[in-house]
Design a protein around this ligand. Structure first.
Ligand code: SF4
Length: 265
């Protein structure tokens, strides 16, 4: 309990430090929003039987170890990669991480400053909110795989350029092929448009399943686009928060997993 309180205080302190630089930011409002968001995604529990449900199938340990080995080999390639200009600008490449046998794969846009510093995906504020969303689903971060379209941080967090996406996308495609998830959750417009080869807005794409074309001779994979958690933090509203939760409930239902309900306190 004490650890949790300390962790929360550290998060809040980091948040306040990050907004204190900007004089136009209403710190009280940001703190209220942060608390509200934390509480919303923290208040869920599975009723009746507990646990996130059984894995898709009992693949033997050899097969999982083989997948983990292939992913690690590819991650080493990414760490050496200089196929686009971002390779010379990064501190660390961020290949992605998680369960090699994941049923759900989250795909974001590109690493930010925290991810670049640590070489791990979704570890900043947006990552902490993604952790909350995953927990609200009755899952753990270690149950899923988390990656990005680009494996290196674009300067000043600018949008990915087409040439960078073309250079980097084969890594993600290979990860998807190795993991072979049942569902991909595309976080934000860049991930959704790239994986669906679409020009539609995230508002048009989200809320329904699409098909990710996995290549010749391979079955397509269901893809749910939803808002990026960074967008959720920037454009906080109960409506946007509810939309993400509705999207995730559809993912859980599709996988046959129990849908946690908000506990009554
Ligand atoms: S962004 Fe992708 S293609 Fe570009 S250097 Fe990094 S790993 Fe290589």
């Amino acid at each position: 309990m004490l650890t949790g309180v300390l962790f929360y205080c550290l998060n809040l302190e980091m948040l306040l430090e990050s907004v204190a630089m900007d004089k136009d930011v209403d710190i009280d409002k940001v703190v209220r929003q942060h608390l509200d968001m934390e509480q919303f995604f923290a208040g869920f529990a599975v009723k009746g039987e507990t646990g996130p449900g059984e894995p898709q199938e009992q693949e033997d340990n050899m097969a999982v170890a083989e997948k983990a080995g292939e992913l690690e080999k590819m991650a080493d390639e990414v760490r050496q990669c200089r196929k686009c200009d971002l390779g010379s600008l990064r501190t660390n490449a961020v290949p992605g991480e998680g369960n090699p046998n994941a049923r759900i794969m989250f795909v974001g846009e590109a690493p930010g400053a925290d991810e670049d510093a640590q070489g791990r995906p979704f570890v900043g504020r947006a990552g902490q909110l993604l952790d909350k969303v995953i927990e609200a689903c009755g899952l753990k971060r270690s149950d899923v795989f988390i990656g990005n379209i680009l494996k290196c941080r674009p300067p000043e967090n600018r949008d990915p350029r087409a040439d960078e996406i073309i250079s980097c996308l084969p890594y993600l495609q290979r990860q998807i092929e190795i993991i072979n998830p049942e569902i991909i959750v595309a976080l934000g417009a860049h991930a959704a448009r790239t994986l669906l080869n679409s020009t539609k807005s995230i508002g048009e794409l989200r809320g329904q399943f699409h098909e990710y074309y996995a290549g010749l001779g391979r079955a397509s994979i269901k893809l749910m686009p939803t808002y990026h958690t960074a967008y959720l933090l920037r454009n906080y509203s109960p409506e946007n928060r509810r939309r993400v939760w509705e999207d995730m409930k559809k993912v859980l239902a599709e996988l046959g997993l129990p849908i946690p309900e908000r506990s009554k306190k």
